[in-house]
Design a protein around this ligand. Sequence first.
Ligand SMILES: [Zn+2]
Length: 499
Amino acid sequence: MFWTEEVAAKCNGPQIVNDSKTPSGRVHVGALRGVLIHDAIFRTLREKGIEARYLFGVDDYDPVDEIPKGEDEHFGKYLGWPLCNTPAPHGAPGDMAEYYMKEFWGVFDELGVKVERYRMRDIYRAGQFNEAIDTILRNADKVRRVYKEVSNSDRPAHWYPFQVICEKCGAIATTEVYDYDGKEVSYRCLSGKVVNTKLNLGRGCGHEGKISPFDGRGKLPWKLEWVAKWVAFPVTIEGAGKDHSTKGGSRDVSEACLRAIYDKEPPLRVPYEFFLVGGAKMSSSRGVGAGARDMADLLPPEVLRFLMIRTKPNSPVNFGDPEKGINEESIVKLFNEFDRYHQRVNRDKTATPDEAIVYRLAEMQPEGDYANANFQVISALVQMPHLDTVKEIEKRVGRPLTEVERRHLDERIASAKLWVERYASEEEKTKLQETLPARAQELNAAQRGFLQQLAAALPGTPWEDEQLQGKIFEVARLTPIEQPVAFKAIYRVLLDREA
Ligand SMILES: [Zn+2]
């Protein structure tokens, strides 16, 4: 059974799917996996007539802890502050969370992912978590016990699971609550605590105070924030990345807290593996190509959805070559696989049930059959400045393209151009040579003879694909030279490539 079907089979009654993101910098490409896994589940539930909602939260009460690359000067003074209270960089309007989410929301729209958005800032300030905060603070002893039993981490007897926003310095990461009287918490802003030890920035101010924990004056630590979301929304399905899903990891702690405090069962758990680009869990510091936005720029939406959905959540999604990154072979293979599914589902009707599900969930909207232009051909054509790619594809299809075909072709042309510009190695680029490249010196006598005869034969040959190809075969036969060796000679002199 396909993984989305397995998840759906476990569901009874209306469902609330939840996922969230802490936008502490440009959102990384890996975050797309969770977004699309939850979307596939959500769509599957809807398909089956199960009432479902897909909520996506911005965890913007989380503190600034790492500084986005190259932004030390702006963010240095805000280390430890809630993201939503930290101004956006570069004089942009709004706060840091809005700034980085804006780009990410754009990707949601392009991928056809429809969620109900919420911000933790609004949830806390509106008092929606007041009840959960009170309950959790009253059960602080249970939380401490769970931390010890499940993740073997010791919390002192005076520790309470809550972070106040310091009334004096504005930081949320440096405060410690040590008492709760049912109305107010007592806290101190630890001067011995440094948020970012690498930069030695974000030190607590030493202030001590007593305030109400409600209506946005602070937040639950995120393992308890999870519990509050599950209870308050209430969430029935929530996946989590591999890093949170290990034994004794944060997910285990949250589930145990939920059981201990509320005596409730946790949402359905869908642990998922990483999205690997070029064999590595790309770090956001690598810049180009590492952002969710970059991947959405490179791949058309249905192809990106296809890449993420066809692999079951507990296996990593690998895209690209470990050494060469997103090379020609890997991107061509992805498009060709998509096209094969398309053909088996729409034309040949030979798709397995799983393939049909993958294709249906990958499509932005049902479009039936249409001619998809081969990505390798497109990427070769866009590198030929004297050719009009659309006209060349129409020639191959043998009729004018439909509106749907033209839209998909335009998307693929954009992908191919971007791939050539940002990802292709010099060796993979196709450049029509204006003078004889050095590589031509490597031609053997037969290849040279073949090229001379071909040059003589071409002026009398109609300039059409079929006739030209026929002429090349004919000259090769007469030379005589083996066809692959003959083509290699052409590639060497015209494109300065081996193949
Ligand atoms: Zn302080």
